[in-house]
Ligand binder design. Structure first.
Ligand SMILES: [Zn+2]
Length: 103
């Protein structure tokens, strides 16, 4: 006769998912292009001292000059570069210089 509806189930819903999304004010990551304009102004970071060679344009010009004196067949051989330049298309000036082509 005494049948108790022993229904113990939905009673423990702990909603603890509120502090999962904290907002960390990272400045290093959050300085994308648009949006915040509150980043420290940097004094025009110089383009790291790479090689004391010259501008990219100059090097490109020299490279062309070198390639101009390299026989086409040979040039085509190094279409995919070599081990030294690690696969630069048609190698670099220094590669050709090593081979004796100096413009
Ligand atoms: Zn090379």
């Amino acid at each position: 006769m005494g049948r108790e509806p022993h229904s113990a189930g939905a009673a423990s819903q702990s909603s603890a998912s509120s502090e999962l999304q904290r907002q960390e004010p990272r400045s290093a990551e959050a300085r994308k292009k648009s949006g915040h304009g509150k980043t420290m102004k940097r004094p025009a970071a110089k383009k790291a001292a790479r090689r004391p060679m010259g501008t990219v344009a100059e090097r490109e010009a020299r490279r062309r000059a070198v390639l101009a004196i390299v026989p086409r067949e040979l040039r085509e051989q190094f279409r995919d570069g070599c081990a030294t330049c690690r696969g630069r298309a048609y190698c670099t000036v220094s590669c050709w210089a090593k081979r004796g082509f100096i413009a």
